[in-house]
Design a binder for this molecule. Sequence first.
Ligand SMILES: Cc1ncc(COP(=O)(O)O)c(C=O)c1O
Length: 355
Amino acid sequence: MNIEKLIKNEILQQEAYFIEDSPCRIKLDANENPYSLSENLQEEMVKSLKAIALNRYPDPGSRELRRRLAVNLEVDEEMLLLGNGSDELIHLLLLAFRSNPAGGIVIPVPTFAMYKIGAINAGHKIIEVPLDRDFDLDINEMITAMSRFDPDLVFLSYPNNPTGNLFDRDKIVEIVSRSRGLVVVDEAYYPFCGTSCLPDLRSWKNLVILRTLSKVGFAAIRLGILVAQPPIVRELNKVRLPYNVNALTQEVGSFFLEHESVFHDQVLKVIDNRQMLFEALKGLEGITPYRSDANFILFSCTSEKNRIYSELLSRGIMIKNFSSSGPLGLCLRVTVGREEENKEFLRVLREILHQ
Ligand SMILES: Cc1ncc(COP(=O)(O)O)c(C=O)c1O
């Protein structure tokens, strides 16, 4: 058997998504919440998990958790679809939509890698529109691409990963109002900026909002939230696997809602730490940090970014590196950690810069 003859061409041409997995003492590469749960809350959670009937399938469609989230987000239950992280929801959207040979999926770049990977896997053509020099949407180029390719889906990460900024809202309004298809506004980093397009769902029927618990303390359990008009959710439900969100995750989702203030306090600490980290990076010669509305900071290095990255890693500090070609060729991205982690990162970075 020749496996290469059986696999789709677009899959053969891809590399599997690479996640750096070196042992490290300080992990600042994946935009996770650096704070863990208190002992008390851990015990409380274990108690609620114990009550789950592990021999039974989970609540299909996560009805109870959807009911609670609907109250929390002030939307109808029929507007919610939950997934195994927002990664799964991105894949569901791409699976459900036709792959239009004349058109494609429009994304500004650089942005979150999974839009492109999912689009290629689902057989879509992908149209990448470079961001402008301030990492904002190049609205003329976006509108030109949309007129030419008439995309069924446009993905906007808001704030954008990996640049960290919120796009200009007027530009989003223009994209949504001009789009014949759906515009997906991915608000994975919403907690760190408090700016959302969720209220716009009332007036923009072609808008889809994505949220996740991954950035606020529950990356391990994989819970993504999609909010859209009920007819959109109804169609996506046909593509969703019946038990895509397991019972433990559903329970932890409810636990999160019951204790939201604890996680909100952690977010506030991250926002404070972000400011301190930004100011400190700004003071380093050869480093230019970009303002961030998320829980990470992108920074460019005038030289040797691969050396800086490898030296940090060899000293047990993991951040995110990007391909040396392309718009992020000089850039690295660091997740905002706990105060002591940020201090240690800065101390080691200073040493590396002075070597
Ligand atoms: C913009 C954006 N959307 C979605 C995700 C993935 O979220 P999840 O962990 O819920 O799959 C990430 C993760 O880094 C992200 O940066």
